[in-house]
Ligand binder design. Structure first.
Ligand code: 13P
Ligand code: SF4
Length: 311
């Protein structure tokens, strides 16, 4: 059986397998650790194994490689990219910085290593508010590349001096308020968990402020935040506004609760590129190694380390 072959190779070669919450079930089932971007980056900074096999998208494996310069970091498919990280180029970032001299740059972890090498701070959806709050209020901030996460953070931190790049993740941008309302209308006593990358986050926060969604508890959370919330919440039903891969673990960890996707179409084709077969081939041939050139990793590790140190 493939799973047994993977487990055997993993031991023989001293490999740890990390998988993002959106990975398909057969990949999650062979992982040593499953989590969101921050949890996986933190875990990757502490592991002792010789090889890290990253089942996620390319920028995540790059981050693991930057914080582990002496380990081999593998990704089972080099094509596993991210539309959000592609939404800003290095030239665009450099020009934007020139337009705002003295501004502090805060970039979402969903960026390439090259972009990270030009940032002051890196953040994830779990600690973006904490990172922005740690920056003196008189400093202008350039926040990139996700406009929905950016507007959510600027609202929560009540900062007027935050400039936000107009990038988006096509998966989360495609989840609409209409999708959510339709799902909520079909059920009472249902909690809504929504990822801040969602295009509807901004409008839902507005609706909440004017009193809509009254009957439903709404939580804006990273994928790992959703895992924790589902366990501790007294609600028995949840509408989940993020990539559908998360439902597998949510259901597994909470067998007595019901989880409904806000949109069945919210699938990230990049996350789904990784299969158990590719994990096996990756282990067998030690491919594909993710390497970040020293002149980039040396600078990119600074905002990454700041991200890891702020809750
Ligand atoms: P988190 O898992 O960090 O919440 O991010 C979601 C995502 O889209 C990762 O690509
Ligand atoms: Fe990127 Fe969106 Fe896929 Fe996450 S879900 S990896 S942000 S394209």
């Amino acid at each position: 059986m493939l799973q047994n072959k993977i487990n055997k190779l993993k031991k023989e070669k001293d490999v740890v397998i990390l998988a993002h919450n959106y990975q398909i079930p057969e990949v999650q089932d062979v992982a040593d650790m499953i989590g969101d971007s921050l949890k996986l980056a933190r875990y990757a900074s502490q592991v002792q194994n010789k090889i890290i096999l990253f089942c996620g998208v390319h920028f995540m494996a790059e981050t693991a490689a930057i914080i582990n310069p002496h380990k081999k970091v593998l990704i089972p498919d080099l094509e596993a990219g991210c539309s959000l990280s592609n939404s800003i180029t290095i030239d665009e970032l450099r020009n934007w910085k020139k337009e705002h001299p003295g501004a502090i740059t805060v970039g979402y972890v969903n960026t390439t290593a090259e972009i990270k090498s030009e940032l002051d701070y890196c953040c994830t959806s779990s600690n973006a508010v904490g990172i922005v709050n740690s920056i003196p209020r008189n400093k202008d901030i350039l926040f990139l590349p996700d406009m929905f996460l950016g507007s959510y953070v600027s609202r929560l931190t009540n900062r007027q001096n935050m400039f936000i790049w107009a990038g988006e993740c096509h998966v989360h941008a495609g989840i609409t308020s209409r999708d959510i309302i339709k799902k909520l209308n079909n059920s009472s006593n249902t909690e809504l968990m929504i990822h801040p990358e969602c295009g509807c986050t901004t409008s839902i926060l507005y609706d909440l402020a004017v009193g809509d969604y009254d009957d439903h508890d709404v939580k804006v959370l990273s994928t790992e935040g959703m895992m924790t919330r589902a366990k501790i919440s007294s609600a028995k039903q949840f509408v989940v506004a993020t990539e559908t891969g998360i439902l597998y673990k949510l259901k597994k960890q909470n067998p007595n609760k019901t989880f409904v996707p806000a949109s069945e179409k919210a699938e990230c084709q990049y996350m789904k590129m990784i299969t158990a077969q590719k994990v096996y081939e990756s282990l067998l041939d030690e491919k594909y190694e993710v390497k970040v050139p020293y002149h980039i990793s040396n600078k990119a590790k600074i905002p990454i380390q700041r991200m890891l140190s702020i809750q």
